[in-house]
Design a protein around this ligand. Structure first.
Ligand SMILES: Nc1ncnc2c1ncn2[C@@H]1O[C@H](COP(=O)(O)OP(=O)(O)O)[C@@H](O)[C@H]1O
Ligand SMILES: [Mg+2]
Length: 269
């Protein structure tokens, strides 16, 4: 949170909508994703299926913004504090994602809608994956994840894809030097990947596939950044430069491939 006034309180956290997310009392107003007319009914249907751990849509404004309910709690911002990176916090993120998927399994996805392809599962699927469960998009209370926000990247995919995306951010699935830039020191990736999978209740078959899907998700995220940088997007140009450029991506991808078996063993032992 950065500023308060008659215009409302500006909420800090994201990159894409930085400075454009404003809280007024119980309502958050932010730029509406272009598929808001499909996303809002989906979020309402999730609530009808018992998942209330996401903002409820309130309205779309005439000037292209959306209003959602504000969810009280703590959101971890980089550099990520210790409380957000405990194993209990990680397990709670896994179980919250599982609740989202269980409710979502009962909600039909509007396949004619223009869901964003940016971070979508290349294999496709029938579940609406969140696709962007990074720390800045999870609300905590008392050290436990209580809500997911920012469904801008949601798109159909396999549940396992969402687990892989979540692992990238929360384990994190980065080589140790890259992880140290924003995360507390000393996080053990194989152990934490197991904690996330246990919190989610991941099946043995999905555990065997997860390391490979994380590598695939990393390629998709790299391609996303590549496109934004090629378009000259200043946000992505700056964050790429600040975070070690393409060499950092190379190191992480090599590290993931080198440790594929270690992760598989930690998940299945
Ligand atoms: N409905 C909400 N309830 C509570 N906090 C919110 C809500 N929406 C946004 N925030 C806060 O504002 C920050 C930025 O909002 P977000 O919608 O994630 O923007 P961006 O699209 O830029 O990532 C979040 O990281 C969170 O701290
Ligand atoms: Mg966000």
């Amino acid at each position: 949170m950065t500023a308060e006034g008659a215009e409302g309180e500006s909420l800090a956290g994201g990159m894409v909508n930085a400075g454009a997310v404003v809280r007024r009392g119980a309502v958050v107003e932010r730029p509406a994703p272009r598929n808001a007319r499909a996303l809002h009914p989906y979020l309402l249907a999730l609530r009808e299926h018992g998942f209330d751990a996401a903002p409820a849509p309130v309205a779309l404004t005439g000037d292209g913004r959306e209003q959602l309910t504000f969810i009280p709690g703590d959101v971890a911002l980089p550099p990520f504090p210790d409380w957000a990176m405990t194993e209990a916090a990680l397990a709670s993120v896994g179980s919250l994602l599982r609740r989202l998927h269980e409710a979502g399994a009962a909600v039909p996805v509007d396949t004619r809608a223009d869901w964003p392809r940016d971070l979508a599962d290349p294999a496709g699927g029938t579940l609406l994956c969140h696709n962007d469960v990074c720390p800045e998009n999870v609300v905590f209370r008392d050290g436990r994840a209580v809500a997911l926000i920012d469904f801008d990247m949601a798109a159909p995919g396999r549940p396992l894809w969402d687990v892989a995306m979540t692992a990238r951010y929360w384990v994190p699935m980065l080589d140790p030097a890259a992880a140290a830039a924003l995360h507390p020191a000393g996080l053990d990736a194989p152990t934490r990947l197991r904690v996330l999978a246990d919190g989610y209740g991941l099946s043995p078959q999905d555990r065997a596939e997860l390391p490979g899907v994380i590598e695939q998700a990393t390629e998709v995220c790299r391609a996303f950044v590549t496109h934004r940088v090629a378009d000259g997007d200043p946000l992505y140009l700056r964050s790429l430069a600040e975070r070690g450029g393409w060499a950092r991506w190379d190191r992480t991808q090599t590290w993931l491939a080198d440790h594929r078996e270690t992760f598989r063993t930690a998940l299945l032992s």
